[in-house]
Design a protein around this ligand. Structure first.
Ligand code: XMP
Length: 510
């Protein structure tokens, strides 16, 4: 795979954002922890140093040896990176006296600098630092200041080394993308050739070469990642990709049948396995959310393994793991040691399967996965689907799970989701669903007093699920949806709408 830009991570909360902005410029990049600099640097054409929660003067601050990189290829040092370059080369980094968080305006004092081409005077930049560079390092030239930060940007004379105190990667730095493009394209001469089409071509060729005539098994979830991974493998090895789509009985209404048909239409060699009864059996009487997750996870592995054993001589297991799942993150609280984020897709494989792993999406961000799917002309309904948790409706039925509760929730969820689609609201919402509460409330229908279930509706906007806010859905829509649910779904007499943000609430109720 091509390698162009190396991003050295010093533990900043924005490191992934740097990578995303670089990829948006159609440039391939990789994030590596500052203490694991790749030994082979020959394919990297430029380096970006990230920010950090550390102070360069702090005891455990990252102080890597950059001698193989600095001055040998173009370098852009952001925030902590800029301070680090100053600190050991005759500059002075000290706690700032003025507030240096949030927006600031840049006055570009050196014109004709390639780094600032196309960036206007007073351009808004985003600051987030408590130390400041009081004196520049030796042989450096100040390029820009803000009202509070004298040394907002500098470069080292005789090298293609640039340093900036602000964060070009955040959206609030209005010309940040332009600055990154100036550095990467104009200064470092990196090619902007990282496109979805190119990714598909390279990946399919790689997969063909790697897998040859061997067989691959892949578990489809109905979600975007596993589907796009399947399509890439299908292009590479055709019928030798064996897809398994398990119905755990906790999917949305008609989901199993609809999605299975869609997979078949896409030409995938897919087997649908209806294990609903097995899952419901295992879950009987269990109310604890983590227990539910564990049981569902284990049962899935058993069902999947039974099915995988039916395929003769399979050697690979494919997974839809994506980049945020595998990026090694620099640990901030546990000192400078690098740790790997734990995630259900990473390391959670049963030993007994002993298959080699293939992960065609492991260098892509979620939005890139969607673009790659669109490039392969996969159905829009599949690529635009809301995220849906692996344990499915089990964690939206509070308390124990029965077939009847699943049925009720599927009906309620169906009215809600179909309504969002009919009202053109589905694509404006990041995730939506219904929750069956373990409470009954009094109602009246006709002349009859009722005592039935309460359901909650939840719709959130988010970019990555880490933080989220409830969506201000039109009252008319909520009114109509509530009426339809109560009239149509037997067993429900009350509907509430969840107006909690994350944090402090979570998206799911369990
Ligand atoms: P929370 O509830 O933690 O959810 O705010 C954040 C995102 O993660 C999804 N989620 C899960 N996905 N297995 C999954 O595959 C799980 O056990 C699980 N729990 C939560 C949730 O739907 C939301 O998108």
């Amino acid at each position: 795979m091509q390698k162009n830009v190396l991003i050295l991570d010093f533990g900043s909360q924005y490191t992934q954002l740097i990578a995303r902005r670089v990829r948006e410029l159609n440039i391939y990049c990789e994030i590596h922890p500052y203490n694991k600099i790749p030994t082979d640097l020959s394919t990297f054409k430029a380096t970006i140093l990230s920010g950090s929660p550390f102070s360069v003067r702090g005891e455990n601050a990252p102080h890597p040896d950059l001698s193989q990189i600095k001055g040998k290829m173009p370098m852009l040092a952001v925030c902590y990176g800029a301070q680090y370059l100053a600190h050991f080369k005759g500059g002075k980094v000290e706690p700032s006296e003025t507030r240096e968080y949030g927006r600031a305006n840049l006055s570009v004092i050196k014109d004709k600098e390639a780094l600032f081409e196309g960036i206007t005077e007073n351009s808004q930049v985003w600051m987030s630092h408590s130390d400041t560079i009081k004196e520049l390092p030796e042989n450096s030239i100040r390029l820009a200041s803000t009202a509070d930060v004298l040394n907002a940007a500098y470069r080292i004379d005789g090298e293609e080394t640039f340093a900036i105190q602000f964060h070009p990667e955040v959206y609030h730095s209005t010309d940040g993308k332009q600055l990154l493009e100036n550095f990467l394209v104009k200064i470092a001469g990196v090619e902007q050739s990282w496109t979805p089409g190119k990714f598909v071509d390279l990946t399919v060729a790689d997969l063909k070469a790697k897998i040859g005539n061997e067989k691959v098994v892949l578990g489809l979830s109905g979600g975007v990642d596993s589907s796009v991974a399947a399509m890439l493998l299908h292009k590479a090895i055709g019928e030798n990709l064996y897809c398994i789509f398990v119905n755990n009985g906790l999917l949305r209404k008609n989901e199993f049948e609809t999605v299975l048909d869609r997979y078949k239409d896409m030409g995938l060699n897919v087997k649908g396995v209806d294990a609903s009864a097995r899952f419901l059996d295992v879950l009987a009487g269990i109310s604890d959310p983590e227990q539910k997750r564990k049981k569902i996870g284990n049962t899935f592995i058993e069902v999947f393994d039974d099915e995988a054993h039916l395929i003769k001589e399979v050697t690979y297991l494919a997974q839809g793991t994506i980049y945020p799942d595998v990026i090694e993150s620099v640990s901030v609280n546990g000192g400078p040691s690098a740790t790997i984020k734990s995630h259900h897709n990473v390391g959670g494989l049963p030993d007994f399967m002993k298959l080699k792993i293939v992960e065609p999406l492991k260098m892509l961000f979620k939005d890139e996965v969607r673009r790659v799917g669109a490039e392969m002309e996969m159905p829009k309904e599949l690529l635009g689907r809301h995220p849906f948790p692996g344990p499915g409706l089990a964690i939206r039925i509070l308390g124990d799970i029965t077939a009847e509760k699943v049925r009720i929730l599927q009906e309620v969820d169906h009215v809600f989701i179909q309504g969002l689609k009919d009202w053109n609201l589905y694509d404006k919402v990041w995730q939506a669903g219904a929750i069956l509460l373990p409470v009954q409330s009094v109602g009246v229908m006709g002349d009859e007093r009722t005592y039935e279930q309460v359901v909650a509706l939840r719709a959130v906007e988010s970019t990555d699920g880490m933080t989220a806010d409830w969506v201000n859905l039109p009252y008319e829509f909520l009114q109509k949806t509530s009426n339809t649910i109560i009239n149509r779904v037997k067993g429900v007499n009350r509907v509430v709408y969840d107006i909690s943000s994350k944090p402090p609430a979570t998206i799911e109720w369990e």
